[in-house]
Write a protein that binds this ligand. Sequence first.
Ligand SMILES: NC(=O)c1ccc[n+]([C@@H]2O[C@H](COP(=O)([O-])OP(=O)(O)OC[C@H]3O[C@@H](n4cnc5c(N)ncnc54)[C@H](O)[C@@H]3O)[C@@H](O)[C@H]2O)c1
Length: 246
Amino acid sequence: MNDTPVALVTGAAGGVGGAVASRFAAGGWRVIGTDRPGTRADADAWIPADLLDVDQIREMVAQAAATFGRLDCVVNCAGLWTEGPAEDTSEDEWDRVVGVNLKALYFVTSAAIPHLIEASGSVVNISSDAGLQGNAGAAVYSASKGGVSNLTRALALELAPRGVRVNAVCPGDVESPMLLGQARDFGGEDPEGYLRRLLDGYAQKGRARFIRPEEVAEVVWFLAQPEAAAITGANWSIDFGLSAGI
Ligand SMILES: NC(=O)c1ccc[n+]([C@@H]2O[C@H](COP(=O)([O-])OP(=O)(O)OC[C@H]3O[C@@H](n4cnc5c(N)ncnc54)[C@H](O)[C@@H]3O)[C@@H](O)[C@H]2O)c1
């Protein structure tokens, strides 16, 4: 087995996923990126897949494991945002958001387990502050991320005896295409006002800023390192205190 560790990053064409792929590459790992068919980003190998399709997930993970002959870390970054009054939620909206954020993350991880056991590897899930507390007006997203944070704990316990660690990172609002899409899709006539209102929710008020994808990537990187051997089942906040309380 080649000694260079290998990371599989989902959502690698996105803001956080792209930063995670770059961080692992800068740290000397080989990186396999995956995202929707038709996307592409910088990585040693690229395997597109629609994560709403579990067969495609299993095929993608099998290909990823075969590419360099090992898998040391799976970073689950793919995700979708939605918000709006609960009485207006369509079944399709629920299926897409819970399908990508929770079901796909679970089946990517599930398919990777045998390879991670072989490498004594780890999983890092991107949850959210909404995985730790409810976000008013975003019940579907909160449900999906609450699921991510709690399956992180359950899988950490299940896999600990086999040497695999499972953690989650829970960012607040990250400066990424998702956040700009939120403002565009849900900010009505005033997307700038939408973003300002988000920042008003932070304890820092006028001094608040959005989190940079690179800051999230740095936490993910640390959690994948041997120095983090004692950390498993954790939901690591990076949110300027947003989920600390009111
Ligand atoms: N941006 C934020 O404010 C924020 C805050 C907290 C948590 N998060 C979480 O961080 C993660 C990364 O988000 P981001 O901010 O980089 O958003 P992003 O939109 O830039 O990236 C998400 C990626 O997921 C991919 N994806 C979506 N549906 C897919 C599908 N069916 N198949 C394959 N890939 C699919 C998209 O193509 C995209 O590249 C997500 O899980 C998100 O929920 C984001």
